[in-house]
Ligand binder design. Structure first.
Ligand code: G4P
Length: 530
């Protein structure tokens, strides 16, 4: 059972939030606790500054930071934590969605002032699709936020999750006095920039302890008692099985910038978060304890040096042991490949590793062999399922401005879309290439990178589509006819799957009603199960 200990020793997760809720700040506090960094400010925010969205230097700088912080590994209480970073900017949401396929659990940060925001909703949708266990951290309690009960209700309703408070706040904003730990039944008094040592903890015999009145003042003590009675009465003890099955999310209140309430959450995370899990593939479930290696690529990052096409492919180990210089089977290409310089990530430093186990993420140098969803095994043929691709929101036709560079353009478009920067569709009955992205910023990135890395000059022409749907039908004739009649609106994605490009919700609904034998899918699985 030598793999067993390695697996049980690991936790692989991501922190997700709407931009500005405090993800970077919380990440930094985690790394400080893990001893991976010594000083605050060492983790650079990976968000693109609002004022600089068209500044390519800014984009390049971001790419540098996000390679360095893609995976942060550190040890805490004898557990090896792999924290996978997710881009904050909404234009890169696809990247975040795919990263969520490589984790076993997430921590969701919600700003107590703003409550549930647009990105929070979309990220949680992905978590729900995958039944990912979620811990919620309600941040910025040092600011005048929403009423705590209203906030919890809003989160439950808007995100369709069931919450279980683990700590309970005593006021907020300038009156914020701390949190009552419903699990350990003690009080942590708020002090700015706490080191989270025992000094700040107020031991109480029970919630009726008169020391509460002395330290908090009677009105606040009374309010806390009322709240706790209510919350405890409804919730009782956390059922860890419900959390692991994604039926219940434990909630913590705190202030990341003040390092307040963070340690409680990290300690609970270590106690309850799932170790690497078994995963479904196109042919069977791969048990995490199997001794043969398997895993998949969930992210590809272009090299920062435009003169070199090498990329870093991020490989999540799902079972067995990854070894440097050992041959593994690249399922899609049906060829054996080996890696002489596989990387692991320790905070901001990359280092070459000899081996890695389930739950780990390995950075593989790639010269164009990988695309997202690719699987490595020790010979068996299967793909990991549940790596979805969502509909882009903006569609543009690619106009080639330099016909001499057509080959380079095609190569560039294929490679950039392999990286998952955008999706590429080809319209039926023509060769019109359509690029679909989540945000405008990506078109600028593509245009810039095609020119600088491939020498291909392009322009984009806006198209009036708002959504792509993947089409399937038991009756292939129906699909074929639909494609013929709706040439302008149909095409195929890079893998040859048929797509319908809808101009508006009205058109989409009409086509769905008129074509009951055709199924319209709003996300495509990169690899469907057999
Ligand atoms: P993000 O990665 O989710 O985008 O958020 P980030 O951690 O960068 O935090 C966004 C802003 O919120 C930062 O301020 C940060 O200092 C602040 N912040 C984080 N946690 C707390 C908290 O508990 N209380 C309060 N009051 N503020 C918090 P900024 O002004 O945008 O950046 P900076 O100049 O402070 O770096």
């Amino acid at each position: 059972m030598k793999y067993h200990e390695e697996i049980m020793h690991r936790r692989t997760f991501a922190i997700i939030s709407h931009p500005d809720a405090g993800k970077t700040t919380l990440t930094e506090k985690f790394l400080l606790f893990g001893g991976a960094i010594q000083v605050a400010g060492a983790v650079k925010s990976n968000k693109i500054k609002k004022s600089a969205t068209s500044d390519f230097m800014e984009i390049e700088r971001q790419r540098g930071i996000s390679v360095a912080t893609s995976v942060m590994s550190f040890e805490y209480q004898d557990i090896l934590i792999n924290l996978l970073d997710t881009p904050g900017h909404k234009d890169f949401a696809e990247d975040t969605f795919r990263t969520l396929t490589a984790v076993d659990s997430v921590i969701l940060v919600v700003d107590s002032v703003n409550g549930v925001e647009e990105q929070t909703r979309r990220l949680m949708e992905v978590c729900r699709m995958r039944d990912t266990p979620v811990i919620v951290f309600i941040n910025k309690m040092d600011r005048d936020g929403k009423n705590r009960f209203d906030l919890l209700e809003e989160i439950e309703k808007e995100l369709s999750i069931s919450l279980h408070p683990m700590t309970w706040p005593i006021n907020s904003g300038k009156d914020f006095k701390g949190v009552y730990n419903l699990y350990d039944k003690n009080i942590r008094l708020f002090t700015a920039n706490t080191k989270a040592d025992e000094e700040d903890t107020l031991a109480i015999s029970d919630i009726d302890d008169p020391i509460l009145d002395t330290r908090l003042g009677s009105p606040d003590a009374a309010l806390l008692r009322e709240d706790v009675e209510l919350v405890d009465g409804v919730n009782g003890e956390l059922n860890v099985a419900d959390y692991l099955a994604a039926r219940v999310s434990p909630v913590f209140f705190g202030s990341a910038i003040n390092n307040f309430g963070v340690k409680e959450m990290l300690d609970t995370f270590i106690r309850i978060a799932p170790p690497p899990q078994s995963r479904d593939t196109s042919t069977r479930k791969v048990d995490v304890e199997e001794e043969k290696l398997s895993g998949f690529i969930f992210k590809i990052h272009a090299n920062l040096d435009p003169k070199h096409r090498d990329r870093i492919a991020f490989f999540r180990v799902c079972s067995g042991k990854f070894e440097r210089n050992k041959y593994f089977h690249h399922v899609r290409l049906d060829k054996d490949v080996r890696f002489s310089n596989p990387y692991s990530f320790m905070a901001r430093d990359k280092s070459i590793i000899q081996d890695a186990y389930a739950g780990d993420v390995v950075g593989l140098f790639d010269t164009g062999n990988f695309k997202i969803g690719d699987t490595l095994t020790e010979g068996e043929d299967f793909y990991f399922t549940g790596i979805p691709s969502f509909s882009p929101e903006i569609f543009k036709e690619v106009i080639n401005k330099d016909p001499m560079k057509t080959k380079q353009l095609e190569k560039g478009l294929l490679q950039l879309t392999d990286e998952g920067v955008a999706q590429l569709f080809t319209q039926f009955g023509g060769t019109k290439k359509i690029v679909g992205c989540v945000g405008e910023l990506q078109f600028e990135v593509i245009q810039y990178r095609l020119l600088h890395e491939y020498g291909a000059s392009v322009e984009f022409r806006a198209l009036p589509f708002y959504k792509a749907c993947w089409l399937t039908s038991k009756d292939s004739k129906k699909l074929e006819d639909f494609g013929k009649f709706k040439q302008v609106n149909t095409g195929e994605d890079k893998d040859g799957n048929m797509v319908y490009l809808a101009q508006s919700e009205w058109f989409l609904n009409t086509e769905m009603t008129n074509n009951p034998d055709i199924e319209f899918h709003f996300s495509s699985e990169i690899h469907k199960s057999a």
